[in-house]
Ligand binder design. Structure first.
Ligand code: NAD
Length: 357
């Protein structure tokens, strides 16, 4: 056993089908009287239902969350919270909506209650991101960690199958990288392996029967575990590459994670054998990189950057950006591995099976 530091992060989790019914109790426990409900324009209907459940404790619905939290959107949301006298915000939705809630918490100190409807896992992390002049700045601050999280699989039933699969792969990516994190600890390792197992077994069931509440609950459970790992230990190559592709080439978040993950695992395979064994065990025995590729492909997820709209010319540019500002990874991101990084991008662009390089 290696030495480690384990810092528990406070968050109250209410898990279960139908657990939205406890919302008013949970708002009361936060000591709040007036909650502003946040959502994307697409999820306004469910946010209205949430506000209705709260009755006089609802301060209104703010349906303006968008991807990557533009600074203007965050500032407008803070003003709206002040205008309506909110003493709490409820984020109903995926990572974009939770991200808006975090921006409000960062700027105003209001407590956040999150009701996740995707598997992105942002609700379990103290990581925030705000985009200004096209650049997404991320940071960590304990104030942005939602105080309470309600996981109710009923709210994830409407998540389209394609997005369910890529969102689940996005969650698996947090756990996979957590398993070889420089600051890993045995508690996060347990959560990571169990999170991958829960999501990998839920994905085919959701694809076959999108309204299967047991599979949806298993996926949310996995998302909780994987999000917790993301919030507790550092990420490496895979997340950096996805950040580059999302930020510099404006590619969709969950889909990019899905495409890159098998190739990032192949790149790190020899340098992190213990993590790869755990991933393999969680996938039911398949080798980590190939097993993740098959999981995505067999369930209809995109496997190439090409089909996400990236051009071949951008592949070199992406590899070049990825090699700037070196960061920790089990296999060093350094000049001697430049060709392997280029190959990784080439394979991901083509959508070919991962190659251990
Ligand atoms: P998202 O929140 O952008 O949602 C994608 C789309 O799906 C939106 O239109 C949304 O309204 C819709 N949607 C969500 N749930 C739905 C449901 N149940 N039914 C129908 N439609 C639904 O996507 P995401 O992948 O959850 O989040 C991505 C964002 O979150 C990125 O900006 C990413 O950087 C961020 N993120 C942050 C962290 C963190 O720790 N800070 C972690 C993971 C992701």
């Amino acid at each position: 056993m290696h030495d480690f530091v384990y810092q528990a992060q406070a968050a109250r989790v209410i898990f279960g089908v139908g657990s939205l019914q406890y919302l008013e109790r949970e708002i009361q426990l936060l000591g709040a009287e007036r909650a502003l409900v946040l959502c994307t324009p697409e999820q306004q209907e469910i946010a209205e239902q949430v506000a209705e459940l709260l009755g006089k404790r609802a301060a209104g619905v703010y349906p303006k969350a968008v991807m990557h939290v533009p600074a203007e959107t965050a500032a407008a949301a803070v003003s709206e919270a002040q205008r309506v006298g909110a003493d709490c915000a409820i984020a109903v939705g995926g990572g974009s909506t939770t991200g808006l809630g975090k921006a409000i918490a960062l700027q105003s100190g209001l407590p956040i209650l999150a009701i996740p409807t995707t598997y992105a896992g942002s609700e379990m992390t103290p990581i925030y991101g705000i985009t200004e002049n096209g650049l997404k700045k991320t940071g960590r601050d304990p104030r942005v960690l939602p105080r309470t999280v309600i996981y109710d699989a009923n709210l994830s039933l409407s998540l389209p199958v394609a997005l369910s699969v890529t969102s689940a792969m996005n969650a698996i990516a947090h756990a996979a990288e957590g398993l070889y994190a420089q600051d890993s600890n045995p508690v996060m390792d347990l959560m990571a392996e169990e999170g991958i197992r829960a999501l990998a077994s839920a994905i085919p069931l959701i694809k076959a029967t999108p309204h299967d509440l047991t599979a949806r609950s298993d996926a949310l459970y996995g998302a909780w575990l994987c999000g917790t790992v993301l919030g507790n230990v550092g990420m490496a190559l895979h997340h950096k590459l996805c950040h580059t592709l999302g930020g510099s080439f404006n590619l969709p978040h969950a889909e990019v994670h899905t495409v890159i993950l098998p190739h990032a695992m192949a790149f790190n395979s020899a340098a992190a054998p213990v993590a790869m064994n755990k991933i393999s065990r969680a996938l039911g025995g398949a080798p980590a990189a190939q097993g993740l590729y098959d999981l995505a492909k067999n369930n209809g997820a995109p496997t190439s950057l090409k089909e996400l709209g990236m051009t071949l010319q951008d592949v070199d540019k992406a590899a070049h950006i990825a090699l700037q500002n070196p960061y920790w990874n089990p296999r060093p991101i350094a000049a001697e591995n430049a060709d392997a990084i280029k190959q990784l991008f080439q394979h991901a662009w083509e959508g070919s099976a991962p190659v251990l390089v």
